[in-house]
Write a protein that binds this ligand. Structure first.
Ligand code: COS
Length: 384
């Protein structure tokens, strides 16, 4: 399918694909087994100027949008859905600054993220605030010229590895979702430490950790937007980054599909390659249909967002649901095509199936996405 990418978008996609093929694919299984964070791959991305594809040019980026970010995530995820997350998780941590940071905050943080010198992370989730994001308990209290943070964030992608954290905390509990505020917290700030690193089913090359705040004092200049805007900062960020999760799912599915086709042409049973059997052909055809439909929805949603659309919660949620459900189905089918070999760790598809699962869960479970979609639909229809 021709998606009529611009010359620059095509170049970005091809460069990311080359890095994925040459640098990531050969080490993906090893990184998965060792749970090794991909600093060396991030260095390659930095040297190739890909870290800042979605960051405005005035702050050292390439000035692209969500589509450019998605193209990189898709290609890296084709080789490894865990390694790609060092890049995608940084995007999630950076968008609150791009969207709500003042010029000073942008000047201070974005150039180093764009150059790949620093990684970022986003701290919203807590033990009792998962799907119910308004359940955040971490507090931030203004004391003179500083906010004092107390609380623990859980399951934070890039936690411990990132240098810049955008964190949502409660500044006025009585106001519910309107009582949250968002802050920038730098690694190394006294009172800010990291808890246990999680041992995960998939995306094992990605680091997932707790963020612990114990009387952590940060300058009041690190408040993003205004007090009370934290929930909106989080929701507007997620509206922009859920297509990134969709792109990760798309890449994982594409990678699994390619492995399944390759294997089906090599594997001989009953005297012929299994690709000659209709039972296998139909599985491959269904995979290809679903992947192409995902890609069309992901790219179009990204373009819609990049066109300056004001409200796209529904579209963003739709592409996340569709692409992640597709990734789960396609990777499971890829294991099926490879049969017993597919179940073994020597072959790359069981890892892709494990990596795919998280895309149905994080940045809002697919059940939450369906809530968002349904509520928006009902709102739209009641206007008619
Ligand atoms: N953009 C702008 N504003 C939004 C918004 C969006 N996408 N979504 C909600 N808001 C606003 C609402 O308009 C409301 O504002 P008012 O108080 O002015 O009316 C406020 O935020 C609270 O919204 P709502 O009442 O819908 O909040 P709920 O507590 O019901 O939560 C869901 C809504 C479930 C959608 C939210 O909690 C969510 O997205 N949960 C999943 C969290 C998630 O993705 N976690 C993963 C963390 S990152 S890995």
């Amino acid at each position: 399918m021709n998606y009529f990418l611009t010359e620059e978008q095509q170049m970005i996609k091809e460069l990311a694909a080359k890095i994925a093929e040459e640098k990531i694919a050969p080490v993906a299984i090893q990184y998965d087994e060792e749970g090794k964070f991909p600093h060396d791959i991030m260095k390659v991305l930095a040297d190739s100027d890909l870290c800042g594809v979605y960051i405005p040019e005035e702050y050292g980026g390439l000035g692209g949008g969500i589509l450019e970010m998605a193209l990189v995530v898709e290609e890296l995820s084709r080789a490894c859905g865990g390694i790609s997350l060092a890049f995608a998780g940084t995007g999630l941590g950076t968008f609150p600054i791009i969207l709500f940071g003042n010029d000073e905050q942008k000047q201070k943080y974005l150039p180093d993220i764009a150059s790949g010198k620093k990684l970022a992370a986003f701290g919203l989730t807590e033990a009792d605030a998962g799907s119910d994001a308004a359940g955040v308990r971490t507090t931030a209290v203004l004391d003179g010229d500083e906010y004092v943070l107390n609380g623990t964030k859980q399951w934070i992608t890039n936690g411990g590895e990132a240098d810049v954290y955008t964190v949502v905390a409660c500044t006025n509990r009585s106001k519910g979702a309107r009582g949250f505020s968002a802050f920038i917290v730098e690694k190394g700030t006294p009172g800010f430490s990291f808890g246990k690193k999680e041992n995960k089913m998939g995306i094992r090359a990605s680091c997932t950790s707790e963020l612990v705040f114990e009387n952590c004092r940060i300058p009041k200049e690190n408040l993003l937007a205004r007090e009370g805007m934290g929930f909106i900062v989080a929701m507007k960020t997620l509206d922009r980054t859920r297509p990134g999760v969709a792109a990760q799912a798309l890449g994982i599915a594409q990678g699994a599909f390619e492995e399944a086709v390759k294997y089906s042409k090599q594997r001989v049973q009953f005297g012929q390659p299994i690709s000659s059997f209709q039972a296998i052909q139909h599985i491959l055809a269904d995979m290809a249909i679903q992947i192409e439909a995902s890609r069309a929805l992901v790219y179009q949603t990204c373009r819609f967002i990049d066109s300056g659309a004001k409200d796209f919660s529904k579209e963003s949620a739709m592409c996340k649901v569709f692409a992640s459900d597709t990734a789960m189905k396609v990777t499971t089918d890829a294991v099926q095509v490879l049969g017993g070999y597919g179940y073994m760790k020597e072959y790359p598809v069981e890892k892709k199936m494990r990596d795919a699962k998280i895309t149905q869960i994080y940045e809002g479970t697919n059940q939450i996405q369906r809530n968002v979609i349904a509520l928006e639909l009902i709102k739209e229809f009641s206007k008619k």
